[in-house]
Write a protein that binds this ligand. Structure first.
Ligand SMILES: *[C@@H]1O[C@H](CO)[C@@H](O)[C@H](O)[C@H]1NC(C)=O
Length: 248
């Protein structure tokens, strides 16, 4: 019994103190595409996403060494539902969002020009706070844990055929009252769009560059700031985005 109790404490500490989360794999139109880590997910060497605390850091785009190409590109077509599955440490240990903050998804043409990417990213989706029910995006992962299973989703836009990176980012704000206290968990998935659309991604977002360390929204007090006024970093969602969401 003693050991059992200790394990429970240890497990809960891992979730709250270390809070290392990442993408395990992707569901395409409801079908799981397998363990994507270091296959089509640009997983950090540790296989776990540690948070990026300084948005000026070289690897804010896709986390540590995230510029390195992985062996596979997930084939998708315009209109597909693309749903990354977030996890803590083991598959099945689905991300349940125990910290409040926004969820953001960006896309960019794949480039192999090193860790710093220029302003090629376009925002496809973001969600922070629902003024009706008072839930942050992370709260939906927990509230609907059985249905959500750590997934959120976007719809693939009708863009030209080619290779792209989809960058999902969970930002947690529990320490954001401190400078560089917001914790960024960016994770990039390699996709190969097979359809030949003509929508032009406007770009305009760079990592690093677009996020400024002390901007309101990255510097933020969950205790004293009004969540109704939360400014989501990274600017507006591209009006051509077919959208996304968190399952609920
Ligand atoms: C906000 O919450 C309300 C009440 O649960 C829900 O009806 C609505 O769809 C939510 N809004 C968004 C944008 O998710």
């Amino acid at each position: 019994m003693k050991h059992h109790g200790f394990l429970l404490v240890a497990a809960s500490l891992m979730h709250t103190a270390l809070a290392h989360i990442g993408i395990y794999g992707v569901w395409l139109n409801g079908e799981f595409q397998g363990d994507g880590r270091n296959v089509h997910v640009r997983t950090p060497a540790s296989k776990i996403n540690s948070p990026v605390r300084n948005p000026d850091w070289t690897y804010i785009a896709c986390n540590t060494l995230g510029h390195r190409e992985q062996p596979a590109w997930l084939e998708v077509k315009a209109g597909d539902t693309f749903a990354p599955e977030w996890f803590w440490t083991e598959r099945g240990d689905f991300y349940t969002g125990n910290h409040k903050g926004p969820l953001l998804v960006y896309i960019a043409p794949a480039v192999s020009s090193g860790p710093n990417t220029p302003n090629i990213w376009t925002k496809l989706y973001h969600y922070a706070y629902n003024t009706t029910d008072g839930y942050w995006s992370d709260d939906y992962f927990r509230k609907n844990a059985e249905a959500t299973k750590g997934h959120h989703f976007i719809t693939i836009p009708d863009i030209p055929a080619g290779d792209y990176l989809v960058r999902s980012e969970i930002i947690t704000l529990q320490e954001a009252m401190n400078d560089n206290g917001a914790q960024h968990f960016p994770s990039c998935v390699q996709i190969r769009v097979k359809t030949k659309g003509s929508a032009v991604l406007p770009g305009g977002v760079s990592f690093p560059g677009t996020y400024v360390p002390l901007q309101r929204g990255l510097k933020w007090s969950l205790a004293t700031d009004n969540p109704r006024e939360y400014p989501i970093p990274g600017g507006p969602v591209w009006e051509g985005s077919p959208g996304g969401g968190i399952y609920n």
